[in-house]
Design a protein around this ligand. Structure first.
Ligand code: NAD
Length: 457
């Protein structure tokens, strides 16, 4: 097996060479995890909670080195790496506060002779195949509630965030989670494929639609619980009564944060014609103010494109938009120098014939389209195969709620964007996936509700 070569996407430098798993080692890890299941399942909730609380304390104590690891392997600007780790601690707090009540056995009927009860039993062996763009968030959304609810976890971090994945394992084990209860796997797609061949009780995937479809085809006939958190092409509509400058600044951040590599990045903007020119001017001014540079520096806002092949996707979307008549307002090409850099890119005069408005860009590039009515905006926002998030900017809450009720998206935003809350479910419509994480539902999803019918003799 060739080792996994980890490169810093901002410099091209080789930063680690890791031995990878193969079919045999994946199978052996699955056997170890399965054997550890009865013991972990029988461990009292209070002890499992104590492990996760100690894990959080270890993460908190090591935010700086953990942020540096994440930035070096993904090119994420260091402040955003710190933000992710701090946000991750908030998510753990939420899970710790809710896990016990989520799995408490409920008596839903009792008339003296018949009792009906719901018991939340762990799924068992949970496989998690994860993405690189927010490794702590998307990994933790699965393994924290899965472990709390008594499951054992085989965790395959993305090959572009493996060093962070191994840090998660190191700290979980240091916090007292047995080494067979949480086991990391190292490697790319072939290791993910080998993981699916094992006797697993749930597969929780975060990544691209193309890989999600491949996984669903394989696991579908096996009746394994499957969750797929996939991509998006998330729209926002700016009404004519919106505070133009605020909306432009907020949406420029929503489009370009994490160098545009968020599943809920703003990917399409629709602006009412009466404020279109002013909005576009503020938007471009904001984008031009974003500091591009070394992700390790505190003031860098635009870092690296983590996966080099994505540069070709961005080039193709730019060429397609230009060929179909869009106006390029800034950016439009790769940054010179080492590493995978792309200029923050803004287009106006775009339409839905362009790839830029139809397919996930996953980079610092955005199209702004003019609309003349709420009806047109709703039609265009729903004209997509995805449905992760969508937003509306207007001071009028009633109007916003009426508009957002018509949008096919798992999360909807009024006067905000690119936002995730641990208290709310995270899910998508259409090709954005199936299942959910976060919220109390995102804890119960790691359990099987077992129905008890008990009749007194
Ligand atoms: P990807 O599909 O390329 O890879 C995801 C994971 O799948 C990796 O661990 C990879 O090794 C593994 N994999 C690849 N081929 C496989 C196969 N044949 N069998 C099993 N596993 C396989 O996606 P990515 O580039 O890591 O992530 C980017 C995508 O993830 C974007 O589309 C983004 O929108 C999406 N994403 C979605 C969410 C969400 O919550 N909905 C969150 C983060 C990222």
């Amino acid at each position: 097996m060739n080792p996994l070569l980890v490169h810093n996407p901002a410099t091209g430098e080789l930063i680690a060479t890791l031995p990878v798993d193969d079919d045999n080692s994946v199978a052996a890890k699955a056997v170890r995890a399965r054997a550890a299941l009865p013991g972990w399942r029988a461990t009292p909730m209070v002890e499992r909670e104590a492990c996760i609380a100690r894990f959080a304390a270890l993460v908190k104590a090591q935010i700086e080195p953990l942020a540096a690891v994440m930035t070096r392997e993904t090119g994420k600007p260091i402040q955003m790496s710190r933000n992710e780790l701090n946000g991750f601690l908030g998510r753990i707090d939420f899970f710790l506060s809710q896990a016990e009540s989520c799995v408490k056995t409920e008596t839903v009927f009792d008339d003296g002779s018949m009792t009906e009860r719901i018991e939340h039993t762990p799924l068992g062996l949970v496989a998690n195949i994860s993405a690189w763009n927010y490794p702590w968030f998307v990994g933790g959304n699965v393994f924290v509630p899965a472990l709390l609810t008594g499951n054992v976890v085989l965790y395959k971090p993305s090959e572009f965030a493996t060093l962070s994945g191994l840090e998660m394992a190191r700290l979980l084990h240091g916090a007292g989670v047995p080494s067979d209860v949480f086991i990391p796997l190292v490697g790319g797609g072939s290791v993910g494929a080998a993981l699916m061949e094992q006797e697993i009780d749930g597969l929780f995937f975060t990544g691209s639609h193309a890989t999600g479809v491949r996984i669903a085809r394989i696991l579908g006939p096996r009746m394994v619980k499957l969750q797929l958190e996939l991509g998006g092409k998330d729209p926002t509509y700016v009404c004519e009564d919106a505070a133009v400058k605020n909306a432009a600044q907020s949406l420029a951040d929503g489009a370009m944060y994490n160098t545009g590599q968020s599943c809920c990045s703003v990917e399409r903007v629709y602006v009412h014609a009466s404020i279109y020119d002013a909005f576009v001017a503020h938007f471009v001014e904001t984008v031009k103010g974003f500091k591009i540079g070394d992700p390790m520096l505190d003031d860098t806002y635009i870092g690296a494109i983590t996966r080099a092949p994505q540069l070709d996707v961005l080039d193709a979307q730019v060429a397609d938009a230009l060929a179909k008549g869009a106006t390029l307002l800034c950016g439009g090409k790769r940054l010179s120098g080492p590493g995978n850099g792309y200029e923050p890119t803004v287009f106006s005069d775009v339409n839905h014939s362009m790839e830029l408005m139809r397919e996930e860009s996953f980079g610092p590039i955005i199209g702004i389209q003019k609309v003349t009515s709420d009806e047109e905006a709703v039609h265009l926002m729903n004209d997509t195969r995805y449905g992760l998030t969508a937003g509306v900017f207007t001071p009028n809450r009633e109007r916003a709620e009426k508009l957002l009720a018509q949008i096919n998206a798992g999360s909807v935003y009024w006067n905000c964007c690119d936002r995730v809350s641990p208290r709310l479910p995270w899910s998508g419509y259409g090709d954005s996936g199936i299942g959910l994480t976060l919220s109390t539902y995102g804890i119960q999803t790691f359990t099987r509700p077992k129905a008890w019918h008990l009749r007194e003799p």
